[in-house]
Structure formats: C-alpha cells, structure tokens
Design a protein around this ligand. Structure first.
Ligand SMILES: [Zn+2]
Length: 250
C-alpha cells in the first residue's frame, strides 16, 4: 500500500515535469533553465505553487500572482501520469521492466499532448526514446540486437507504407514514434499497437465527425492513438493477443 502511494506521488511529480517538457520543447526552450515561471507574468514559482494537482486546485485554476487562468492540462497530465505509473506497478512490480515502461509511458504522454496541441511530434523526443529503448532492451532486458532492430524497423516500415498510401493523413513523426515504441516493446507488440491505435482512432475520429466537432478535412493527430495502443499493449497485451487468437481457435 505504502509503495503504491509513493509510486502514485512519483507519477504526479514526473507528470509535473512532463508539463514543462510539453510547454518548452515545441517553443525550442531548454527544459532545465530557467526555473518554472508563470508564462504570463514571468514570476518565478515557489515550492507551494508547484505541488502537483494540489496547487492548481487551491489557486482556483489561476496564477497566484497575476490571476491569469491556468490550463486544465496541468493537473490532468499529472493525474494521468500518476494513474499510469500505478497501473504499471500493479502489473510489473519493482523491476527493470517496470522502469523501462515508466520511461516509455512518460514519453508517450508527452508526445500525445504535444501532437494533440500542435499537430507535431518533436524529433528530439522520438530520437531520445529510440536510443533509450534500444539501450534498455539490449543491456538490461536481455533482448538480442537483431530482435530490437526488427522491433524498430518492422512497425516503422508498416506505418511508413500507410503514410505513403494515405498521402498526408499520417506524418513522419508518427513513423518515428512507432519506431520508438518498437524499441521498447519489440515488433509484435508494436505492430499490435498500430492496429489498436487505428481502431481507437477510427472510433474517436468517426464520433467527432458524426457530432460535427471535426469535419472530414480536419487533421486528426494520430500520435495520441498510437500511444494509447502502445499503453494498452503494455498493460494488457498478453490477454488481448490470447483473446484474439482464441477468436480463430489458433
Ligand atoms: Zn502569473
């Protein structure tokens, strides 16, 4: 129980850092300097302004200094990260695999929110993720170089093909993102993540078009759906693949 609480709080704190990355990387700013400040009045934030979720609620969703509204994105990303960290802990317990999936899920949350807001996936994050996933898989999780390379290349090749056929529906950012997922999860799970993501995406996209929130011509970011597919595979992959194979009595 105590460990669960600690893991959840760790998730909230990492989530708060992810908000900084989400805000600064698309602007081309450093994620280390300067210290956290209000984007409106530039006041440097104190510890009491930086407590995940709690500061947001107590300040009434406003900057304490200039009263500028603070986006709901901040507490949502913190809570989401906390919840995902907790689910990963319950599934994997404390080991290297757990650590590797903490890193992957943090990268996926960051990329999803950036893609959702700006319709881009920064190269730095994808490349960083591919390298970290490669190192963890080979040196800490005893995967062969061969299988990790296939994990990076096969899902990326599939998405590249889809990107070429769909002419602009999907971008190179998505191709690099699935390469990153493959570096962590291997080819089988990453390919499954593509299909799951496409399924979730078509349900959500269809819903948005039916309710006229989005028109047929609007670009819908695919990064969040690939990320959801990957996370679902990390948490329930074996069960889903077993269930799917059972459908066909294989
Ligand atoms: Zn302010």
């Amino acid at each position: 129980m105590l460990t669960s609480v600690i893991i959840f709080i760790l998730g909230l704190i990492i989530g708060s850092f992810l908000n900084v990355v989400i805000y600064r990387v698309p602007e081309g700013e450093s994620i280390v300097f300067p210290a956290s400040h209000c984007p409106n009045c530039q006041t440097n934030l104190k510890i009491r302004d930086l407590v995940p979720v709690v500061s947001f609620l107590f300040s009434g969703a406003k900057c304490r200094y200039c009263k500028e509204k603070i986006s709901w994105q901040y507490p949502l990303v913190e809570l989401l990260t906390g919840i995902i960290f907790l689910l990963l802990y319950w599934k994997y317990n404390l080991n290297i695999q757990f650590l590797s999936y903490l890193i992957l899920s943090s990268l996926l949350i960051t990329v999803s929110v950036i893609d959702f807001k700006y319709l881009i996936i920064p190269n730095q994050i994808n490349y960083f993720g591919i390298i970290i996933g490669f190192i963890l898989s080979i040196f800490f999780l005893n995967q062969s170089i061969y299988s990790v390379l296939l994990g990076i290349l096969i899902p990326a090749a599939i998405l590249l093909l889809i990107a070429i056929i769909s002419k602009g529906g999907m971008g190179m950012g998505d191709v690099k993102l699935i390469a990153m997922v493959g570096a962590f999860l291997g080819a089988k799970y990453a390919v499954a993540a593509i299909f799951l993501g496409a399924f979730i995406g078509s349900v959500v996209g269809g819903g948005l078009m039916l309710t006229k929130v989005k028109g047929r011509k609007d670009r819908i970011p695919f990064g969040p759906f690939i990320s959801m597919g990957a996370l679902v595979m990390v948490l329930w992959g074996e069960e889903i693949i077993d269930w799917y194979l059972n459908l066909f009595n294989i």
